[in-house]
Design a binder for this molecule. Structure first.
Ligand code: PLP
Ligand code: ZN
Length: 365
């Protein structure tokens, strides 16, 4: 039976409860047994919902969906090597956050909740607002005041109430905390349902490679919603016997905000500064321990990219006809670094374009 479970105190709760954290204050996960009826899956519509037996909704829940997912997996030449880049900027709201928002808002809708709060550096807020609009659920979205204007108008355009909070991303997280005491917190970092949406990234990669796991997957890490989702997805596929090993997971952070990169090296006195990669500027990720464990268990590690590497990667991708946002370019800068460090020509390498270029207000930054 699917339940919320707390790894800190051992508590378990029914998933029909409107909850996003444990009574002890800790994050929750879901205990859940996915199924992968491959012969059925193959014949379904190419959306993330083709894996419906692997998504923890109870029977009567109808997905809130734009037929999202099954994004192309394109071989893109980087440092003279083909790298499979999943085109995660091609979602309804322009980022892969739609995977998580679709599952989470399906749950919120099924619970009959009419208003949610969420905080975000922009893209998660836009995704929650869009799926909220589709389901007729009111959304209060808290964002740092200096978030890209294109993301702010997107959130407002969907009809959400926008709360611009002065200061850092962490100041926004503190402001939401108060609101979340009385309203349902549709959080992409706290709420485990979000990760059971982003995990479909791994299912699609494996199916698109002919039901095979890649060797290495390079993903961004702020709150780790894509990396942890991917780790969960690969581990479910392994437990189901569909893949033998979990790919090595490489987490990319911006050097200006790289708490897990430093903690993993036991460095405690690091500074946090503003970065062009606004979407991953998370100084204290809620699931930091889980992210480090997933990366280390897979045999991977963290890369921290410098501010000068981000525009370089962005320009290189634009010249090939890909239009991505600076945060997405930070991951590609990490891919370049990885390839210079570990030039194994046999390796099957996967990464992602996480956000669309139209999300940034101007071409110069
Ligand atoms: C959300 C997001 C990421 C990853 O951020 P996490 O905080 O690790 O979930 C990366 N790129 C873009 C464009 C995003 O919107
Ligand atoms: Zn607990």
């Amino acid at each position: 039976m699917t339940r919320f479970i707390c790894s800190a105190c051992g508590a378990a709760y029914a998933i029909q409860e409107p909850r996003w954290k444990c009574d002890c204050g800790h994050i929750l996960d879901l205990s859940f047994e996915p199924r992968f009826p491959i012969d059925h899956i193959r014949n379904r519509k190419p959306t993330m919902w083709r894996y419906k037996e692997a998504i923890p909704l109870w029977n009567e829940v109808t997905p809130v969906s734009f037929d999202e997912g099954f994004t192309p997996l394109l071989a893109v030449e980087i440092e003279n090597r083909p790298v499979y880049i999943k085109q995660e900027h091609l979602f309804q709201t322009g980022s892969y956050k739609d995977r998580g928002a679709s599952v989470l808002l399906s749950v919120v809708n099924a619970l009959g909740i009419s208003r949610v709060v969420e905080d975000s550096s922009g893209n998660a807020g836009a995704a929650i607002a869009a799926y909220g609009a589709a389901a007729g659920i009111a959304c209060d979205i808290y964002v740092p005041a200096d978030t890209s204007p294109a993301k702010l108008s997107q959130i407002q355009g969907y009809g959400a109430s926008l709360h611009k909070i002065p200061g850092t991303r962490d100041d926004t997280a503190r402001a939401i905390w108060e609101a979340a005491q009385t309203m349902y917190y549709a959080s992409h970092s706290w709420n485990p349902f979000f990760f059971h949406g982003t995990k479909t990234f791994a299912f699609e990669v494996v199916e698109q490679l002919g039901w095979k796991a890649p060797d290495t997957v390079i993903l961004p890490v702020g709150n780790g919603t894509l990396l942890l989702g991917a780790a969960l997805g690969f581990s479910e596929l392994q437990q189901a016997g569909i893949i033998q090993t979990i790919p090595r997971l490489i987490g990319v952070q911006a050097e200006h905000c790289a708490p897990l990169y430093y903690k993993n090296k036991n460095i405690t006195d690091f500074r946090v500064q503003k970065t062009l990669a606004e979407g991953i500027a998370i100084a204290s990720p809620i699931r930091g321990e889980q992210i480090m464990e997933a990366v280390n268990r897979s045999g991977g590690y963290f890369i921290a990219v410098g501010e000068d590497e981000i525009p370089h990667a962005l320009a290189a991708m634009s010249r090939k006809g890909f239009w991505i946002e600076p945060t997405a370019a930070a991951t590609i800068a990490g891919v370049r670094r990885y390839l210079l460090q570990e030039p194994d020509p046999q390796e099957i390498l996967v990464s992602a374009f996480t956000g669309h270029g139209l999300k940034r207000a101007s071409a110069a930054f």
